[in-house]
Design a protein around this ligand. Structure first.
Ligand code: ADP
Ligand code: MG
Length: 375
């Protein structure tokens, strides 16, 4: 319904998607992550509307025009609404539940993050809405609470049990940096990640492979990690630092899952340390590739498309490559010489063609800024 934003009290907010340089499946184990924000993200155009009314639309779901009342939101009946609308409506509900009144609002969403590619279009969506509502209705809400609101929207109102990585990255990342985040303490640090200075590029390959099988597997991995921690007598696998400890796990599957989390946390610390010290990022390449092997062999969340992209990128000369996101599909990153970027992308495309996989989408990313008002 273009044109309905004709009045003056309209603003525009933007929240980015993310890739995680290293630290996969560590967030719900209370561990460490190291994401960067993408230049791609979701724009939320918002205006205050008469009390009690909510109107929503998304250019990525042009057939769904959602108009509900605040009273409807309190009642059951969300099942009638399109799934995507549960993200913004969940954010609204969560504001209200915490005592921040959202009087009435109209939102229009438009995303440049591919949906379901493991680049966190969902957090970009939730965070763009959350900062718009904050600025319009509750300006004193701090970033940490916005992160919790956006995460709760996904966990409770959509039903996806994500950790806090995606929303933290979208809210807290800054241009030119990776965000080192300790999920336990929520302490974080911006670490310079200057690819230009070293003639490097970070390529993202969106494999386009479906990850709809992921939900059950993700829940299972979470349960396995919790079981391993319980058997080891610690609150979270984050609390296990020595690999020797996992010998005490009777089940070889749990042993592998725990080994991934323990070694992955160590890889995050190692990469953060290298970059903090100003090292040439080429030095972290082997650590990224080791992360992929661990996700593939120990955590068992890779997929043929992901393994193919990683292998082809490495053969083409990438310093390191790994799957990103939850797994079973989604995207791969590769760290390459700028001069080799086009050849690497071509090599991955060729490898996909040979295996009759859909052509992957490739883009080069630089660490971008976090969520903000843009108009
Ligand atoms: P990812 O976060 O990796 O992109 P998810 O499965 O977590 O994958 O989130 C994708 C879902 O988020 C989509 O299926 C859709 O429901 C919702 N979504 C994200 N962005 C938009 C948007 N701009 N418009 C409508 N729905 C969106
Ligand atoms: Mg998501």
């Amino acid at each position: 319904m273009p044109g309905s934003f004709s009045e003056s009290r309209v603003g525009r907010w933007f929240a980015p998607g993310r890739v995680n340089l290293i630290g996969e499946h560590t967030d719900y184990n209370d561990g460490f992550v190291l994401p960067l924000a993408l230049p791609l993200g979701t724009t939320c155009t918002a205006a205050v509307r008469p009390a009690g009314t909510v109107r929503l639309r998304s250019l990525q779901a042009p057939l769904d025009e959602v108009a509900v009342t605040m009273a409807d939101l309190g009642a059951t009946g969300w099942s009638e609404l399109p799934t995507w609308a549960h993200y913004p409506l969940g954010v609204i509900r969560e504001f209200e539940r915490r005592g921040h009144e959202v009087r009435g609002v109209e939102l229009e969403l438009d995303s440049t993050v591919p949906l379901g590619a493991g680049l966190s279009s969902s957090a970009a969506l939730s965070c763009s809405v959350a900062i718009a509502l904050r600025d319009l209705f509750a300006p004193s809400v701090p970033a940490a609470e916005i992160i919790d609101i956006a995460r709760t929207a996904e966990n409770v109102y959509v039903g996806v049990p994500t950790g806090v990585l995606d929303q933290s990255a979208s809210m807290l990342c800054t241009a030119g940096h990776v965000l080192f985040l300790d999920v336990r303490t929520r302490e974080y640090q911006q670490i310079p990640f200057d690819l230009d200075r070293f003639d490097l590029q970070l390529l993202v390959f969106d494999t386009g492979s479906p990850h709809h099988l992921m939900d059950g597997e993700y829940a299972q991995r979470r349960a396995e990690c919790a079981a391993a921690a319980a058997e080891l007598g610690v609150p979270f696998l984050r609390d296990v630092t020595g690999l020797a400890d996992i010998k005490r796990l009777a089940d070889p599957v749990l042993r592998r899952r725990a080994r991934h989390v323990i070694t992955e946390n160590a890889r995050v610390l190692r990469v953060a340390e290298e970059l903090r010290g100003g090292a040439d990022p080429r030095a972290i390449g082997p650590v990224l590739s080791a992360g992929h092997a661990s996700l593939r062999d120990d955590f068992e969340v890779s997929a043929p498309q992901l393994d193919t992209a990683v292998a082809a990128a490495l053969v083409a000369g990438a310093y390191g490559a790994r799957m990103v996101g939850g797994g079973f599909g989604g995207s791969v990153i590769a760290l390459v010489d700028r001069a080799r970027a086009a050849a690497t992308a071509a090599a991955v495309r060729d490898a996909f063609a040979r295996r009759s996989f859909d052509t992957p989408r490739t883009f080069a990313v630089t660490p971008a800024a976090g969520a903000r008002r843009i108009e």
